[in-house]
Design a protein around this ligand. Structure first.
Ligand code: HEC
Ligand code: HEC
Length: 359
């Protein structure tokens, strides 16, 4: 039957084309895999995966200090009016921020700037938008007497409060055994700092850097490429994807023309009084950035795509295409990590009412 020979011929043509397609498919897949692997290699030249924690030689992580620091972080009773703790403005539910453009402290006092997340914050070379704090330890200590944060008149008032709350003095002694006077502001800073140095949030991007090609979607991978090719990574690099230098905000155009900022913050000029430091800010770490709107030092921009577009324009003189913005945002979303259990749960604090304070 002619029908039969036709079918046999059809079958062999079918198999030849299957083999051809499989070969093409394998070649394309191999090429794609090669491209992914070289993207991982390139990315490792610019970024680094998160460490286990952020201990340094000077600021070690001692479990008993961390436990004390965690209690202090969540305790509002050490503020001027008993209403504000670190966790008021650095909330676990909001990835270590408060979702406000500018934070509100004791007696509803308005802060000058937006609260960055405390997650991974100790990776950065300085603390605060204008780098006026050396490290998280100094930052925590100075918060105690910050006018619009804890609002205490002086350190002596704080020491008095700590000593009046049950349990703390003994815990300070255990955490700082070599210190004849353990209850003091530096040790408050060191204890909270030790806790903060445990708050790392490993993300899909970290898994990708360590070789897991599947950890990033292809759109996020394109975003990563864009991030490096367009020049974002010239400022936002290293383990924090930022947090390692000061740069001008508004290299090609005044930033406030794009952000609508009111008033205009002169940045690091406030610290150094050097005119060359006008509008210079710390390049922030972009870890968890998708979870921490609003954006910029004054929270002037609500949405991430808009912040990305502004960065392209004022830092790189570039109108980003919609596709580039989508890709970049997909990449930035891959920097969202898992929050540590010790942050998303609150410690129990020993009870004591203010009325019970000694005179
Ligand atoms: C009233 C709200 C508020 C309180 C309370 C508060 N912070 Fe902040 N925090 C902020 C704001 C606002 C900034 C940014 C200040 C700046 O850069 O000028 C900030 C900055 C920081 C930074 C620097 C982050 C970075 O990326 O530079 C750290 C770390 C930090 N706070 C930790 C703490 C700790 C620890 C406490 C408690 C001791 C605390 N904060 C209490 C609002 C607050
Ligand atoms: C010349 C250095 C530089 C370049 C290039 C740069 N940035 Fe920035 N970036 C900064 C500085 C400085 C800030 C802080 C601005 C401020 O004061 O609010 C910032 C802030 C941001 C923020 C807001 C973060 C937050 O928590 O509020 C995002 C998002 C961001 N950059 C993304 C990008 C992207 C995406 C690119 C590339 C298109 C890019 N940046 C290029 C220096 C740079």
């Amino acid at each position: 039957m002619t029908n039969h020979s036709f079918t046999a011929k059809g079958k062999s043509t079918f198999w030849i084309s299957v083999i051809a397609w499989v070969t093409v498919f394998l070649a394309v897949t191999a090429q794609a895999r090669e491209a992914e692997v070289s993207l991982i290699e390139n990315a490792n030249q610019v970024f680094k995966p998160l460490p286990q924690n952020m201990a340094t030689e000077v600021f070690p992580i001692i479990p008993i200090r961390v436990a004390l620091g965690r209690k202090l972080f969540f305790d509002p009773r050490l503020s001027l009016d008993g209403t504000v703790s670190c966790a008021t403005c650095h909330r676990p539910a909001l990835y270590g921020t408060d979702a406000l453009a500018k934070s509100i402290g004791v007696e509803h006092r308005l802060n000058a700037r937006n609260a960055p997340t405390i997650l991974n914050a100790a990776l950065q070379f300085k603390a605060h938008w204008i780098g006026d704090r050396e490290n998280v330890e100094e930052q925590a200590m100075r918060s105690l007497i910050g006018h619009s944060s804890f609002g205490n008149p002086d350190f002596a008032a704080v020491v008095h409060k700590i000593k009046a709350l049950p349990g703390y003095e003994a815990k300070f002694k255990q955490a700082f055994p070599d210190d004849p006077e353990p209850v003091q502001p530096e040790n408050w800073g060191k204890a909270i700092g030790a806790y903060e140095r445990t708050l790392v949030t490993p993300s899909p991007f970290d898994a990708f850097l360590k070789g897991d090609v599947k950890a990033l979607t292809s759109q996020a991978q394109n975003g990563l490429k864009n991030f490096m090719d367009i020049g974002c990574a010239s400022c936002h690099n290293g383990v924090g994807v930022g947090g390692s230098s000061f740069q001008k905000f508004g290299v090609f155009e005044d930033y406030w023309k794009k952000t609508g900022s009111q008033p205009i913050d002169e940045g690091r000029f406030a610290v150094t009084k050097n005119p060359a430091d006008k509008y210079i800010f710390k390049v922030p770490s972009l870890r968890n950035v998708a979870m921490t709107p609003p954006y910029f030092h004054d929270g002037s921009v609500a949405a991430l795509p808009q912040a990305v577009r502004i960065m392209g324009k004022v830092q790189l003189d570039r109108e980003l295409t919609d596709q580039e913005v989508y890709n970049l945002v997909a990449f930035l979303e891959s920097l969202t990590g898992e929050q540590p259990e010790e942050f998303i749960t609150e410690p129990i604090l020993a009870p004591q009412a203010f009325s019970a304070l000694p005179p």
